[in-house]
Design a binder for this molecule. Structure first.
Ligand code: ADP
Ligand code: MG
Length: 238
């Protein structure tokens, strides 16, 4: 299943901590979390509500500032002792990271192809190459036939696959997903997980997904359990 540990990690988190608030209202959302994730791995973050899963995903995704710790993403040291090493985090995210959310977050007034092409425009692609790549991605996610559909006319599973196509637009090798299958029935959840596996294999990417979804536990190479902001245990997939 997952790649062996001979390669260097795609995501390296070293002793990262994050708290919200101060004094009596302080919440320690992450406490000294360390984790290494390798190319080709499909990884789950599991834990009760409030255990820090989304916080960890958002720190790895460079959308939340941690208080301490260091991090490497795709071979680049991006965080050192709680300080970002790049001033332009937006560019860092565009270059390295794809996000998938529980609800697809597609833009309602753009069709499927334009939802994907938009991300490519933002990254500087011209209209023709953005469109071409968007159509390729929709084919890859097996929703090419829905390219002209508006989000409201897509099924939940189709919309999530368009959202995955969008997350892959800039060829990130780190894909972060917060409850990607929670809104889907088990058949469609399985299809989405199979496609994420295909991405991990084809692009030598790492998929990190927060999930509560026991329908899909057997789809992960590694399962990390969070409890009160600490990485508790790791269990290995089947
Ligand atoms: P999970 O995703 O596992 O449910 P979170 O990472 O969202 O947990 O939250 C971890 C803890 O941090 C919780 O106690 C939550 O209330 C707190 N928390 C998360 N985000 C904020 C925020 N923006 N401000 C204050 N507290 C927050
Ligand atoms: Mg959460």
């Amino acid at each position: 299943m997952g790649a062996g540990n001979a390669s260097s990690p795609l995501v390296r988190v070293e002793r990262v901590s994050k708290h919200f608030g101060e004094g009596g209202s302080r919440v320690d959302a992450l406490r000294d979390v360390s984790i290494d994730i390798f190319p080709g791995q499909v990884v789950a973050l599991l834990g009760p509500s409030g255990s820090g899963k989304t916080t960890l995903l958002n720190v790895i995704g460079c959308i939340l500032d941690p208080n301490s710790g260091s991090m490497e993403l795709d071979g680049e040291r991006v965080l050192e002792s709680g300080r970002w090493l790049r001033s332009n985090l937006r560019q860092l995210r565009l270059d390295k990271i794809g996000f998938i959310f529980q609800f697809h977050n597609l833009i309602p007034f753009l069709d499927a192809a334009d939802n994907v092409a938009l991300v490519l425009h933002l990254a500087g692609a011209d209209a023709v190459s953005a469109r071409t790549r968007a159509l390729e991605l929709l084919e890859y996610l097996e929703v090419g036939n829905r390219k002209s559909s508006m989000p409201a006319n897509l099924s939940g599973g189709e919309a999530q696959r368009v959202a995955i196509a969008r997350a892959l637009a800039n060829r990130p090798r780190i894909i972060l997903a917060d409850e990607p299958t929670a809104a889907l029935d088990s058949k469609r959840a399985g299809i989405v997980m199979d496609l994420l596996r295909k991405v991990a294999v084809d692009q030598d990417a790492a998929i990190i997904a927060v999930t509560h979804d026991d329908k899909i536990f057997d789809r992960f190479d590694r399962i990390f359990h969070l409890r009160d902001g600490r990485l508790d245990t790791e269990t290995t997939g089947p």
